[in-house]
Design a protein around this ligand. Sequence first.
Ligand SMILES: [Ca+2]
Ligand SMILES: [Ca+2]
Ligand SMILES: [Ca+2]
Length: 317
Amino acid sequence: MSEGIVHADVKFKKHQKTEGKDGATASTGNDATYSEISIPKAGRNQTSTDTDAGDPDSQKGLKVKPGGYDPVKVVLVTLCFLLMGMVIGLRFLYISNLPTKNTELQILQAAYNRNLTSALMIKNRELQELQVKNKDLQEKERALRQQNEELRKQKTPPSCPTNTGNNDGPQPMNCAEGWEYYGGKCYYFSPDKLTWAQSRDECITRGGHLVIIESIEEQIFLDQKTGTKISTDSEDKFWIGLTDSINENEWLWVDNSSLSTSFWLGDQEPDDWKGENPDGEDCARMGEPNGTIDGKSWLDVICNTTQRRICETKSPL
Ligand SMILES: [Ca+2]
Ligand SMILES: [Ca+2]
Ligand SMILES: [Ca+2]
């Protein structure tokens, strides 16, 4: 067979069975025609079967003309080109905007650095100002302390000894009126009565302090003096500047110095007696009629009782 289109017609006869009276069957039929088109080709083997040679629309749109373009491929290639174009365009935009963004970033960084530097400079300046103020305050405090110390040294007790008119200068016994001299000190024996704390404060107001007894000589002087001033009332005595109100049995003078030499009366004192007050007795008083033989005349009593007091201050030598 030569190359070209082969067209063959095949006819099939449709049979129809009929049954006769004797049970025999017979068949009749109509003819049907089918066609096959075979296109031998160079590089292209395709066989198309036309099941209805009378339908011209069948197989339409699926066939590709020999030597033509596949529209699906054309669309895909076009889309690929468009996509590549978009990618290239976006990259170009990104690259073209990159220097601008870098410049903006550098500007922002520079502005931030300037602001930060400015803030640091302001804080440093404020710190320096505070340091200067602090230094000034420290100098003022030091000056005030020095001034206060000088005033304290120059302070003259209002009721303390003054020059009584001796043209040769102040004498050791020149105590103020109402004060009595002994051993370079002046002593005030009050006629009125106060609690121990009130007596401590009142002596300070007078320019002295509640008496601090530092030697047996001073104790004997005070023992004899109080012995001449008290009445027959056994409670008529004088406060001295000694207390154990902070820690029991730890006796301290009003200048917070510890007790070194004591002159307690008898063998029982101090007894911190709690018969009248559960807090006991934490303040010291002294005074026995006409004084004692050995000078031991101290007793501890309740601090809130009222007693006369002995104030002490230096004599203005
Ligand atoms: Ca003294
Ligand atoms: Ca006590
Ligand atoms: Ca006592």
